[in-house]
Design a protein around this ligand. Structure first.
Ligand SMILES: [Zn+2]
Length: 308
């Protein structure tokens, strides 16, 4: 499933090709993509407008059009955006759910016609699109769905500590909740927790300030490494030109069950956290101790700490 680095990779590749071009036609071939809005309403709102920006927020990709019209897309499980020449846009191409036709050259000095079609392809059909009118509507849309942007200036250790305070949720589930931190999914959560030496089942509210600071840095470093590798291609993720990401070759723990931990060589274990397959080194990331009954806790509290 595409996460922040995969969507950012798409954004970076599309932006120079789409900027300044006219979105001539939008054909939604599968109405589920924009349900409950009818496909014709989307076409009416966007057709004939120039692309003025290609943005990302969390895992959403935003095509900003003239007069504050925004086409907001989410790839979900298996969505991809392919930029192809009209001649390559044939009926044999599978899983095309939305077709966008563009006018004008693809980039300054680029050949006219080289990237005239932007196709939203999606075998499992969970991807979505919505048109929002006005920048305020766009802001409200994201404010209702997404928390802090982890690569933005607001994602500080203090901000993360405030988000975590008092929460009993396991830290992995916390990282995956888009309403708290936008864009982190299963891959990048596992990698960040390993870097920060934090067990995924640890209650996020019990992390020490130093651990919170390490987690913040680990999330940023992991996402940046993902972008640097142009995302991870495990199943369907492709760049707009059809190429694959390479971050899957750099995984430190994710999908490496039984292989040695890169830090201590302990075999990596797979367990379940937040309903997802989760990979840990239980030597580097020590498992949270079970809560004792009140008496047991009290008995432990009066024992002097072991000398080190
Ligand atoms: Zn280890």
């Amino acid at each position: 499933m595409p996460e922040l680095p995969e969507v950012e990779t798409i954004r970076r590749q599309l932006a120079p090709h789409l900027h300044g071009r006219l979105l001539r036609a939008l054909s939604v071939l599968d109405p589920r993509w924009c349900s409950p809005a009818p496909p014709a309403a989307l076409a009416d709102a966007v057709e004939g407008r120039e692309v003025v920006g290609v943005h990302r927020r969390g895992k959403y990709l935003v095509l900003a059009l003239e007069e504050e019209v925004a086409l907001v897309m989410h790839l979900r499980m298996t969505g991809t955006l392919l930029l192809v020449a009209a001649a390559q846009d044939t009926s044999e191409r599978p899983h095309v759910r939305v077709r966008m036709c563009l006018d004008g050259a693809t980039s300054p000095g680029g050949k006219a016609g080289a990237g005239d079609r932007l196709l939203f392809c999606d075998p499992r059909r969970f991807g979505t699109g919505v048109v929002l009118l006005g920048d305020e509507t766009l802001e409200d849309y994201f404010a209702a769905r997404l928390g802090v942007e982890p690569l933005g200036p607001d994602f500080t250790a203090d901000a993360l500590r405030a988000l975590a305070r008092g929460r009993r949720a396991p830290v992995k589930a916390f990282l995956l909740s888009q309403e708290r931190i936008a864009g982190v999914g299963n891959i990048y959560a596992d990698e960040a927790l390993w870097r920060a030496r934090i067990h995924p089942l640890r209650a996020v509210g019990t992390l020490r300030p130093s651990q919170i600071a390490e987690l913040r840095d680990a999330v940023v470093a992991t996402l940046e490494a993902g972008i640097d590798a142009r995302g991870a291609t495990i199943d369907d993720f492709r760049h707009p030109d059809g190429a694959r990401g390479s971050f899957q070759d750099r995984f430190l723990v994710h999908r490496r069950e039984g292989e040695p931990c890169p830090r201590c060589a302990t075999p990596i274990r797979k367990l379940r956290a937040a309903g997802r397959g989760t990979y840990v080194c239980e030597r580097c990331q020590s498992r949270p101790r079970r809560r004792r009954a009140a008496t047991g806790g009290a008995a432990r509290a009066i024992k002097p700490p072991a000398a080190r």
